[in-house]
Design a protein around this ligand. Structure first.
Ligand SMILES: Nc1ncnc2c1ncn2[C@@H]1O[C@H](COP(=O)(O)OP(=O)(O)OP(=O)(O)O)[C@@H](O)[C@H]1O
Length: 638
């Protein structure tokens, strides 16, 4: 029952046990000196918590969290001491400054691909350190900032180590519970997807940039909050505490404990905060031993201490996977028909050749895409009507995948227009194209291999949810209801598919056929008006190909339009209503499969001009890439 209450995480029992332990701990400590150690540990743990979420879940590394820690501390110190304003004003100002600076740093840097955030935050930390040292009138410079008032909550003064211990650990457990909620939510799932395959996440409607900025700002604000608590605990601060070494130290705590594992962050913090104290007995050798412990944990537990301990415990107890919470829900999965059920049924009729709807599902007009000096697409125009399958064929390198990438918003066109219905989607970002109702599969299957089958599918339902950072953190009843409904919908979508019994299996453990089914189910979860399929049967045997294509083709009846890139000409001839032939980025022919089969330009494109007299049967058999193996590569856009 507790897990259905607001703020309480689903997995609340270990947290409750730890809280009881923390409450009893002061009685077991020999003297108050150890309280100071645990108080500093809690402050570090707060910084590490946000940073761990940023690094482990969103895949972004920051070397500037000491600066946010410092901004929280100094802003509050100046507001409460120099200006003489109350504590709440210092807290508000500290958090606001951190949020604003975090936003200014993150918005431009996170737009760039690669680890620009590391460099930006590293530079930022150095600048903040210089400012704290140089702006002596404001900050006290290297001599520090004394006389900061102690914390109090209403009339309750928090001015002893013991009182601060109770306060800071209560705060930490509260914040930790909120982050557990966030991790176990629609937002947490999307962040893990961004970490693994950002482009794929975008094609599922996840606004990746906004999410990355959101998680960075959240972690910066948390570091600033810890800084505020620190300043009003020690009542004296100096720039040394907030230099780059502290930033490196907190990143090390995340790495040693286990990136992306919130419990791991706590373990890493506990170990690396207490280790220097424990090693003091070894006098000069303590630095050496500290280094050895650090190296040993990284060498023997590369994924962190907490995951290693959890794996060992799992092996020892052989616990089963906890069942998912059920509940009545809407039926977003109803439209998805079962690939196996479709097998052996009569083929769905081809789309009528006369227009059945006033608007085309897709209109591509004079599209051009360049990569530097390479003209990948030139003046490409074609239309797809609702319920129609249009096949895109052409030799390797003709520009087929580039065309799908341009339609789905992954590659910006240089010229031309793309219309979905009457909506101009030219140049729209991929997540907005997906939300507009364009789903896709990839030439190399793009699974989130660390996530389960169910979580992969839930990412397809991402746009059906509304929960944001705040509701996910607070685990509100509405957020839990929505999550249950999404899970129910995803489970329904799995019903009758080969994946029905594999909802909790990691996607990486599926066969290629199952991965292709899951990838298409995930795209169908967007309820697309248009489905882009990049070599859906590549690497499958003829039996699997037929089952998959029959299942996909059945969605035409519901009016879903499809663009099919395929090298297997048997598949093209059997399922396509219209064929567009590309060569060197240009459309050289288009028409019905029969007409295209006999087109001399197409035969020449496939067989070379010297062999024009080849028959249509020869063309079928020799189509480049026909029946070739689809080796698993790790390229996202291919
Ligand atoms: N991101 C990119 N940067 C530079 N060149 C690219 C990029 N993506 C594709 N190209 C080039 O654009 C051309 C078209 O490539 P594309 O992958 O679209 O062809 P294709 O018809 O899908 O080929 P295949 O059948 O082998 O998948 C190729 O010359 C390719 O090298």
């Amino acid at each position: 029952m507790a897990q259905h209450m607001p703020f309480v995480p689903k997995d609340w029992k270990p947290l409750a046990a730890l809280m009881v332990f923390a409450a009893l701990l002061p009685r077991m400590l020999p003297n108050d000196y150890f309280l100071v150690l645990f108080n500093i540990m809690a402050l570090n743990a707060l910084v590490v918590l946000g940073l761990n979420f940023l690094i482990g879940c969103a895949g972004q590394i920051s070397l500037g969290h000491a600066a946010f820690y410092g901004l929280g501390a100094y802003t509050s110190a100046i507001v409460t001491t120099t200006l003489g304003w109350p504590l709440w004003a210092g807290l508000t100002a500290g958090l606001a400054v951190a949020a604003l600076v975090g936003l200014v740093l993150a918005v431009p840097t996170l737009r760039l691909e690669g680890h620009y955030l590391v460099m930006a935050t590293l530079g930022f930390n150095i600048i903040v350190s210089i400012c704290l040292n140089q702006m002596e009138e404001l900050t006290g410079g290297p001599s520090g900032f004394p006389g900061i008032p102690s914390l109090h909550v209403g009339p309750l003064a928090i001015d002893t180590d013991r009182a601060f211990y109770g306060f800071i650990w209560a705060v930490f457990f509260g914040v930790f519970a909120l982050f557990l909620n966030l991790e176990d939510s629609r937002v947490g799932r999307a962040l893990r997807a961004i970490h693994e395959k950002e482009l794929t996440a975008r094609t599922l409607g996840v606004p990746t940039h906004a999410y990355k900025v959101g998680v960075f700002v959240l972690s910066a604000v948390l570091a600033a909050f810890a800084g505020f608590c620190y300043a009003h605990y020690v009542t004296f601060i100096s720039p040394k505490t907030f230099d780059i070494f502290y930033s490196v130290q907190v990143v090390t705590m995340v790495v040693v404990g286990g990136m992306g594992n919130l419990w791991g962050g706590l373990v890493g913090t506990a170990l690396l905060t207490s280790l220097p104290e424990l090693l003091h007995h070894f006098e000069d050798l303590h630095v050496l031993i500290y280094g050895l412990v650090l190296m040993g944990s990284l060498v023997f537990f590369p994924h962190g201490l907490a995951p290693a301990v959890a794996a060992a415990a799992k092996t020892a107890f052989r616990r089963g996977t906890p069942p998912d919470t059920g509940g009545k829900a809407p039926r977003p999965g109803n439209y998805i028909s079962h690939p196996a059920r479709q097998a052996g049924r009569p083929r769905p009729p081809r789309a009528d050749s006369t227009p059945s709807a006033p608007l085309d599902a897709l209109t591509v007009q004079h599209l051009c895409v360049r990569f530097g000096g390479l003209q990948a697409l030139q003046d490409v125009s074609f239309r797809v009507r609702p319920g129609q399958i249009v096949a895109l064929i052409g030799p390797n390198g003709a520009g087929k995948t580039t065309l799908l990438n341009a339609i789905s918003g992954l590659v910006p066109p240089h010229q031309g227009r793309i219309l979905a219905g009457d909506r101009d989607i030219t140049g729209l970002p991929a997540h907005r194209v997906a939300r507009w109702g364009i789903g896709r599969s990839f030439q190399t299957v793009q699974m989130f291999s660390h996530l389960s089958v169910l979580d992969n599918l839930l990412l397809g339902f991402h746009r059906c949810g509304r929960a944001g950072f705040l509701t996910a953190l607070c685990h509100t009843p509405a957020e839990r209801r929505e999550e249950r409904a999404l899970r129910e919908g995803a489970r329904m979508a799995l019903q009758g598919t080969p994946l029905e019994e594999k909802a909790h299996v990691p996607a990486a453990a599926l066969s290629l056929y199952e991965q292709k089914v899951l990838e298409i189910l995930r795209a169908l979860a967007l309820e697309p008006k248009l489905l882009l399929l990049d070599e859906p049967v590549g690497g499958l045997n003829p039996n699997e190909s037929a089952r998959l294509m029959d299942w996909i083709g059945a969605h035409r009846k519901a009016g879903m339009a499809m663009v099919l890139v395929e090298h297997d000409m048997n598949v093209v001839m059997e399922y396509a209503d219209h064929v567009v032939v590309l060569q060197h980025g240009q459309v050289i022919a288009q028409g019905s499969p029969r007409k295209i089969q006999k087109d001399p330009k197409v035969i020449a494109a496939y067989l070379g001009t010297g062999r024009r007299k080849g028959s249509e049967e020869t063309w079928r058999e020799e189509a480049p890439g026909s029946g070739r193996d689809n080796h698993q590569e790790d390229s996202e856009t291919s």
